[in-house]
Design a binder for this molecule. Structure first.
Ligand SMILES: [Zn+2]
Length: 218
């Protein structure tokens, strides 16, 4: 994929998030790993409705030097550190989506309550300890919460989801929103009942392996 096409794809993903109501205004950010050194990330402070492919910023995730007409998202280090530690992850979405934010405000870990959640996100969705946005502390806390998972909540802030590609990260954002909504509503019905932890873990492993094989075939 050439860099122009990659920028177009990140821009398109931004508009899709907006249309699905997973971000509002200038909040949230998306990135795509381009190669061993560079990622493409949405710019800081621009409205998603007006985003164009050329507004995307190319950032070296080792040095955080960037090329582009705009400044990269202020959460670029969160994205960069995920790429450095999670080799199979090629796309990251950070959102302030409503239901995930509600659970993040309550600082409640989501147990394995739905099959698709367990498959796509992992056996639980943890909450990263609170830290100020854009700090080293929030990066460290979020990486820890995301370990072995494709989603994490960020206390009193929002969520981060990851995937093998933009499509997978996008599906993760939608599944997280659905799961957070089910968790909140099931709690009102008395209690959200959990799937057995081992079975939940197994479903996630199966998903990762099956998906990995499909990718290799292409
Ligand atoms: Zn944020």
């Amino acid at each position: 994929m050439d860099i122009q096409e990659a920028k177009k794809n990140v821009c398109k993903a931004g508009k899709r998030l907006l249309n699905k109501n997973l971000v509002k205004g200038t909040w949230g950010n998306i990135s795509l790993r381009y190669d061993d050194n560079y990622m493409i990330i949405t710019p800081s402070g621009l409205n998603y409705e007006e985003l164009k492919a050329e507004d995307m910023v190319v950032v070296n995730y080792h040095t955080y030097e960037y090329k582009g007409i705009h400044k990269p998202s202020s959460e670029m280090k969160l994205h960069g550190e995920i790429y450095k530690t999670r080799k199979k992850i090629n796309a990251i979405i950070h959102t302030h989506q409503q239901n995930a934010s509600t659970v993040a405000a309550a600082r409640r870990e989501i147990p394995p309550i739905l099959d698709d959640m367990a498959q796509i996100l992992g056996p639980t969705v943890r909450v990263a300890d609170y830290a100020l946005p854009g700090t080293k502390k929030i990066v460290k806390a979020t990486l820890k919460a995301l370990k072995g998972r494709n989603a994490a909540l960020m206390a009193n802030h929002g969520a981060v989801v990851v995937g093998n590609d933009l499509e997978e990260a996008f599906v993760a954002a939608e599944v997280l929103e659905k799961t957070a909504k089910a968790f909140i509503e099931a709690s009102f019905l008395g209690e959200a009942k959990s799937i057995n932890k081992f079975e939940a873990w197994y479903m996630h492993q199966y998903f990762i392996k099956k998906y990995g094989k499909q990718k290799k075939k292409k």
